[in-house]
Design a protein around this ligand. Structure first.
Ligand code: PMP
Ligand code: GLU
Length: 397
């Protein structure tokens, strides 16, 4: 047997977030009135000043390769952003620009993980973390954040799963799919454990700008110098500036790791798209007005839709503090409507109620479904109405 796939790919499952989004779009294109609450992407167009800057850069002849790790001017814009927003100081050799935060994370795992190294991933988690760890030859080790602890994990839970093979922990705050935010105190306890066992910290802060009510975003790297030295901040323009299609993300952290990631990029992707990098420079250095207005818009959608979702029989839902997802526990609704599991329930919502959601099993949270509220309030209300009706119509007393 020579014409076979590599072993590392055999156990890989496709990204359900992307697959369900594509399926909903396909149904829509074929004339079915589907409302897609699967996609985790802002529904606004990229702000005009950013589009104009990209266009101008092309007209100015900036259409060639850049350094593999990104344009120095974009690294400088990221450095300024980290200084302004987090009060953190980084040098250029501690920053790499990549093809979206997803690819930055992928490259990080490739240079960090040895066979059988363990990475602690709190659940519910974003779908790509475990797959990326496995692709690098590592083992994802899950610890569960439950509704009782706002889906967050404690330092004590982390301690219990640390072994000599543990290399890193992922902290994603505000979290996808939970929308929950770790407080400075919670992060301090986590940072102390990471210091005690000398672990890397991967801090995915892609939803940093999407925070509601009186909540605040604290990066674990801000806590103290030791925490900063062992943390990789991952962020990008996809969510904050509605730029998912431009594919620009970055990492800030240890210079030798950044060097290794840059070397890997130099043999795999070369630089992220030049035009997108110029767009990202404008995103970080230009007006931040649209970042604020998009945030406000998301918050008003949340305020409107949360009580309506909560009112669905058999749905238990916590109010998220950030990002743009709701994660109801639907186990009772699922049982009362006669479905054997939440995957089947979510599938029926798509085919019978014409609403696309992501089953929580993709996030290590099998009793839940994830709804993205990054869509218009009219569509959101109609989607929740459809789900409500579906549950009531199928309820078996
Ligand atoms: N991290 C999390 C938690 C996300 O939800 C996403 C969104 N896909 C990403 C990283 C990657 O974002 P992007 O690759 O678009 O920068
Ligand atoms: N982060 C988004 C989501 O979770 C986009 C899709 C993806 O990259 O997985 O839906």
């Amino acid at each position: 047997m020579t014409r076979t796939l590599a072993q590392r790919i055999n156990s890989l499952s496709p990204s359900t977030t992307l697959a369900i989004t594509a399926k909903a779009k396909e149904m829509k294109d074929s004339g079915i009135d589907v409302i897609g609450l699967g996609a985790g992407e802002p529904d606004y167009n990229t702000p005009n000043n950013i589009i104009e800057a990209a266009y101008q850069s092309m007209k100015d002849g900036q259409t060639k390769y850049t350094p593999a790790g990104g344009l120095p001017a974009l690294k400088d814009a990221v450095i300024d952003k980290l200084k302004t927003d987090q009060g953190l100081q980084y040098a250029r050799n501690e920053i790499i620009i990549g093809i979206g935060a997803k690819h930055v994370l992928y490259t990080l795992f490739q240079v960090m993980i040895n066979p059988n190294d363990e990475v602690i991933i709190p659940s519910p988690y974003w779908v790509s973390y475990p797959e990326q760890v496995k692709l690098a030859g590592g083992f994802p080790v899950h610890i569960e954040g439950t509704a009782a602890t706002d889906f967050k994990v404690t330092a004590e839970q982390i301690r219990q799963v640390i072994t000599p093979k543990t290399k890193a922990i992922i902290i994603n705050s505000p979290g996808n799919p939970t929308g929950m935010i770790y407080s400075a105190r919670e992060l301090e306890e986590i940072a102390a454990i990471c210091k005690e066992y000398d672990l890397w910290i991967i801090s995915d802060e892609i939803y940093e700008k999407l925070i509601y009510g009186n909540e605040k975003h604290v990066s674990i790297a801000q806590l103290n110098e030791d925490a900063k030295q062992r943390t990789f901040i991952i962020n990008g323009v996809s969510k904050s500036h509605s730029m998912t299609g431009w594919r620009i993300g970055y990492l800030a952290g240890d210079a030798k790791v950044v060097r290794a990631m840059t070397d890997l990029a130099s043999h795999s992707t070369s630089n992220p798209t030049t035009t997108s990098q110029y767009a990202a420079i404008e995103a970080y250095s230009g007006s931040q007005e649209t970042v604020t207005s998009m945030r406000e818009d998301f918050e008003s959608r949340l305020i409107r839709i949360y009580p309506q979702l909560k009112a669905i029989p058999g749905f238990e839902v916590l109010k998220p503090q950030g990002a743009f997802y709701l994660l109801p526990d639907v186990s009772e609704a699922c049982e009362k409507t006669g479905f054997k599991n939440v995957d089947d329930f979510a599938q029926a919502l798509l085919t019978k109620a014409n609403v696309a959601v992501i089953p929580g099993s993709s996030f290590g949270s099998p009793n839940t479904i994830r709804l993205s509220y990054a869509t218009s309030i009219e569509l959101l209300e109609e989607a929740v109405r459809r789900i409500h009706k579906f549950v009531e119509d199928n309820w078996q007393a």
